[in-house]
Design a protein around this ligand. Structure first.
Ligand code: GLN
Ligand code: ZN
Length: 756
C-alpha cells in the first residue's frame, strides 16, 4: 500500500506563522523574514512526514492566509478594487483581499464546509488569468531543498467555482471554459517537471449536486484528461459521495479519494461496487477531524473488507481529510493528564498510525504486533475509564419533559414584557460581547495564570477594565451594554475550562488567517460544578444603570468547536452542555441580568453537507439550544448571535431556536439576507451587523445609516437592532471606538428620520 497525506497543519506547533504574518502586518517583520519563516515551516512539515514514512507528501497545502485565496491569486481573480496591475500577486494585494484596507473592503469569508476553518470566497466576474504556477513553485522547493518529490494539492475546478460568490450568476459552463485551460497549463507544467501525482480536492462532490453540475464535473476532468498531466487523485472528504458516487467513480482520472470516517456510506459503497479497474483508491481511513487514537484492529478489519473488492497494493492509505484541522503533535500536551493524553493523536501521530497500518497490511499484523497490542491496551483503558460517565447527568437528562424545551409565554407577549422592562429606544444599539483584547489584557491574564499576579490583583485589574468599558459604552451612548469579555481568552475555551468532563488542550488549530483556536477536549459526561460567569456579570451590572447583557456560548457551538468524544452521539453531548448553560442562564437571571446572549456562531457549520441528513441535525440542535435558553421568565430577554449570512435554508431552524433577538453578519453581504428574514416573516428581534469586524476599516456613519435605512425598508423597524457583525476582540481600541461612535450616530440619525 502507498501512504499518503492530504495536507499538513501550516501554522506551526506554536502558531509560528501567526506571529510572522501579524508581525508583517504591523511592519515589524520584513517581507524576506516572512517568506523565510514560511519556508522553514514547510520544510519542517515535509521532513516530519518523510520521517513518518509517508510516500505521497502534499505540497502547495501551505498558505500565508488561506488556500482558497491562494487559488484566487493564482487564477488572477482579483477584484478591481484592489488595484492589481497584473503579474504575480504581491503580498500587500494578497493580504488586502483577505483583510480589506481603508480604501477597499475585504473579500467575503465563509466557513469551509462543516468545519471551523474559514476561507476567502472568490468574486466571480468571468475573467481569469494564470499569474503564477504556485503548485509548481511549491513542488520545486521541496525538490530543491530536500530532494523530495511531493504531491501538489490543488482545489479542483468545480469546487473552486462552487465555493465562489457569483453575484452576476455567471454560468459555470462559461467560467470553466476560461478556467480549465489555466488548470491544464498548471498541470502540464507539473507533468513536465516530473510530478507523478496531483491531488485535486473536490469536496463539493459529497454535496447535493445538480445533474448539470455532475456533468460539468465529468466534462472538466474529461477535458483535463486530454492534456499531458500528472496522475490525478480526485479527493473528496467530509462525507460520502452518496448520489454522486457513480459519476465520481467514473471520472477519467487515475484515482478517487474517499472519506471513510465521516462518509458513513463510503465503505458500503466500496464493498458493493469496488472501484473501476483503471483507478487507484484513496482510502481516508484515519480521522483528520478529531483527536482520538484510531482503533487499529478496527481499521485493519475495514481494510480487509475493502480489500475483498479493491486492490489494496496500489491504494493510497491516508487521513480522511487534510490534517489542517488538527494541532501538530500531542507532545505539546505536557500539561494534560497523561492518562487522557494517551487516548489522543494529532497530525504527527496520525501519520504514524497511517504508517503502522501500512506495515500491518504489507508485512502482516505480526510485524507490528507490539504496536497493535499497545493500541489495543490504550483503546481498552479509555473505554473502561470511570471519568467517562456521570450518572447524575444521565438522570437529569432522563427526567426532562417537553416543557423544559420552551419558554412558557407566547413570543409576542414576551417581547412586549421585555420592551417594558428594558425601556429601549427604536433601533437599540448594542455590541456582540467582546471588546478589544489588547496585548495588555492578554499579558495580565497570562501573569495571573502563571501565578505572578494574585487573584485579588487580577480581579481588581479586571474591574478597572470593566469600569473603563462600561464608561466607554455609556459615553458612546450604546443602549444594551456588555462587560467586554476581558476575562476570556476564547468564547468556547472559557466555558470548557469551567465544565467537568472537558479538558483544556495546548494545541492550536487554524480558524481563519492568523486566527487560531484551541478546541477543548470533551472526553466525558459534561456538567457544571459551579456558576461560570455570574459573579462577573453581577459585578458589572452594578457599575451601570443601563441593562447589561450576560454573555454565554451555546451548546451547539461548544460542541462544534470542541474535539468531542466519539463514543456517544453528538446530540447527547449537546444536551449535556445545554443543561450546564441552562443552569448558568437561570443563575444570571437570578442575579438581576435582564438580557442574556447565548452565542451560536457554529450552529450552521454543524449542518450536514447532504440535505437528506439535515432535518435530524436541525431537530436536535434547536432542541439543545431551547433546552439551554428556555428556563427563564418572560421578561428576561434571550439573544443569540450567528456570524454568517447564509440563512435561507436554515430559516425555520433559526426561528425554532425561539430567541427573542438574533444578531447576524450582514455588513459584507448586503440585503439578500434581510430579504430572507422578510420572506420568512421573522417576527422577533433582529440585528443585522452593520460594521464588519473582520476588517480594520472604520465605516462612516453615513454608510452605516444607509445600511439601516435599507434594512428598515425590508424589515419592521420595531424589530431592528443595531450592532457590529461580531465581537470586537481582534480590533484595536481606537478603530473600535471610532466605529462604534459612527454606529451610534447612524442609529440616532435614522431614528430621527423615522420619527420625523
Ligand atoms: N460574544 C462573542 C464575542 O463577542 C461572540 C464571538 C463570535 O460570534 N464568534 O467575541
Ligand atoms: Zn460572531
Amino acid at each position: 500500500m502507498i501512504t499518503t497525506n492530504l495536507g499538513y497543519p501550516r501554522i506551526g506547533p506554536d502558531r509560528e506563522l501567526k506571529k510572522l504574518v501579524e508581525g508583517f502586518w504591523r511592519g515589524k517583520v520584513g517581507r524576506d523574514e516572512l517568506l523565510a519563516g514560511g519556508k522553514a515551516l514547510r520544510l519542517a512539515g515535509w521532513k516530519r512526514q518523510q520521517q513518518a514514512g509517508i510516500d505521497l507528501i502534499p505540497s502547495n497545502d501551505f498558505s500565508h492566509y488561506d488556500q482558497v485565496l491562494d487559488h484566487i491569486a493564482m487564477f488572477g481573480a482579483i477584484p478591481e478594487r484592489y488595484g492589481w496591475a497584473g503579474g504575480a500577486v504581491d503580498l500587500d494585494t494578497y493580504f488586502a483581499m483577505a483583510r480589506g484596507t481603508q480604501a477597499a473592503t475585504a473579500m467575503e469569508m465563509t466557513k469551509w464546509f462543516n468545519t471551523n476553518y474559514h476561507y476567502i470566497s472568490a468574486e466571480l466576474d468571468g475573467s481569469f488569468s494564470l499569474t503564477e504556477n504556485r503548485p509548481l513553485t511549491a513542488w520545486q522547493e521541496a525538490k530543491d531543498e530536500l530532494g523530495l518529490a511531493t504531491k501538489p494539492v490543488l482545489i479542483g475546478p468545480l469546487t473552486f467555482l462552487k465555493l465562489a460568490n457569483n453575484p452576476r450568476g455567471l454560468a459555470y459552463e462559461g467560467l470553466l471554459a476560461d478556467l480549465l485551460p489555466l488548470y491544464a497549463q498548471v498541470l502540464r507544467e507539473l507533468a513536465a517537471a516530473g510530478v507523478e501525482w496531483v491531488q485535486m480536492d473536490e469536496p463539493v462532490a459529497v454535496m447535493d449536486l445538480t445533474a448539470e453540475e455532475l456533468s460539468l464535473l465529468t466534462a472538466s476532468y474529461r477535458s483535463l484528461a486530454e492534456e499531458d498531466t500528472p496522475k490525478l487523485m480526485v479527493q473528496t472528504y467530509f462525507d460520502d459521495p452518496a448520489g454522486n458516487g457513480e459519476t465520481l467513480m467514473n471520472l477519467p482520472v487515475a484515482g478517487i479519494g474517499l472519506d471513510l470516517v465521516r462518509g458513513a456510506e463510503s465503505l458500503a459503497t466500496l464493498e458493493a461496487h469496488g472501484i473501476p479497474q483503471d483507478k487507484v483508491l484513496g482510502i481516508g481511513l484515519i480521522d483528520g477531524r478529531n483527536v482520538w487514537r484510531t482503533d487499529l484492529d478496527e481499521a485493519l478489519s475495514t481494510l480487509e473488507r475493502i480489500g475483498r473488492r479493491v486492490n489494496l497494493d496500489q491504494a493510497h492509505l491516508g487521513p480522511s481529510c487534510s490534517l489542517l484541522h488538527l494541532p501538530v503533535t500531542t507532545d505539546l500536551e505536557q500539561a494534560l493528564d497523561p492518562s487522557i493524553r494517551e487516548w489522543m493523536a494529532y497530525a504527527d501521530e496520525r501519520l504514524d498510525e497511517i504508517a503502522l497500518l501500512r506495515r500491518a497490511h504489507d508485512e502482516g499484523a505480526e510485524a507490528v504486533a507490539h504496536d497493535l497490542a499497545e493500541n489495543r491496551a490504550v483503546i481498552d483503558r479509555r473505554r473502561r475509564d470511570p471519568r467517562l460517565s456521570n450518572p447524575a447527568v444521565a438522570e437529569r437528562l432522563g427526567a426532562l419533559s417537553e416543557s423544559d424545551y420552551a419558554r412558557d409565554t407566547p413570543d409576542q407577549e414576551r417581547l412586549a414584557r421585555q420592551k417594558e422592562r428594558l425601556d429601549l429606544p427604536l433601533l437599540p444599539t448594542t455590541t456582540i460581547g467582546s471588546f478589544p483584547q489588547t496585548a495588555e489584557v492578554r499579558a495580565a491574564r497570562a501573569r495571573y495564570r502563571s501565578g505572578e499576579l494574585s487573584a485579588e490583583d487580577y480581579r481588581s485589574y479586571l474591574d478597572d477594565k470593566f469600569r473603563e468599558v462600561i464608561a466607554l459604552q455609556e459615553n458612546l451612548g450604546l443602549d444594551v451594554l456588555v462587560h467586554g469579555e476581558f476575562e476570556r481568552s476564547d468564547m468556547v475555551d472559557f466555558f470548557a475550562q469551567r465544565l467537568d468532563g472537558v479538558a483544556f488542550i495546548e494545541g492550536w488549530v487554524q480558524s481563519y488567517g492568523t486566527r487560531c483556536v484551541r478546541p477543548p477536549l470533551i472526553y466525558g459526561d459534561v456538567s457544571r460544578p459551579e456558576p461560570m460567569t455570574v459573579e462577573v456579570s453581577a459585578r458589572v451590572q452594578k457599575m451601570t444603570d443601563k441593562p447589561l447583557k450576560g454573555m454565554l456560548t451555546g451548546p451547539v457551538t461548544i460542541l462544534m468547536w470542541s474535539f468531542p468524544r466519539n463514543d456517544i452521539a453528538p446530540q447527547r453531548i449537546a444536551d449535556q452542555l445545554a443543561l450546564a448553560i441552562r443552569d448558568e442562564v437561570r443563575d444570571l437571571e437570578a442575579a438581576g441580568i435582564p438580557v442574556i446572549q447565548i452565542d451560536e456562531p457554529a450552529f450552521r457549520e454543524g449542518l450536514p453537507l447532504q440535505r437528506a441528513d439535515r432535518p435530524a441535525y436541525e431537530e436536535w440542535a434547536t432542541r439543545s439550544f431551547r433546552l439551554s435558553s428556555s428556563g427563564v421568565a418572560a421578561d428576561t430577554q434571550i439573544h443569540t448571535h450567528m456570524c454568517y449570512s447564509e440563512f435561507n435554508e436554515l430559516m425555520p431552524a433559526i426561528y425554532a431556536l425561539g430567541a427573542d433577538v438574533i444578531s447576524i453578519e450582514n455588513s459584507r453581504s448586503a440585503s439578500e439576507l434581510l430579504e430572507a428574514f422578510r420572506d420568512f416573516d421573522y417576527d422577533r428581534g433582529i440585528g443585522p451587523g452593520v460594521y464588519d469586524v473582520h476588517s480594520e476599516r472604520v465605516p462612516a456613519a453615513e454608510e452605516i445609516a444607509d445600511l439601516l435605512r435599507r434594512a428598515s425598508k425590508v424589515l419592521d423597524v420595531e424589530r431592528l437592532w443595531v450592532n457590529p457583525d461580531c465581537g470586537l476582540k481582534t480590533r484595536g481600541p481606537a478603530e473600535t471606538e471610532a466605529a462604534l461612535r459612527n454606529l451610534v450616530t447612524a442609529a440616532r440619525q435614522v431614528r430621527a428620520e423615522l420619527a420625523g
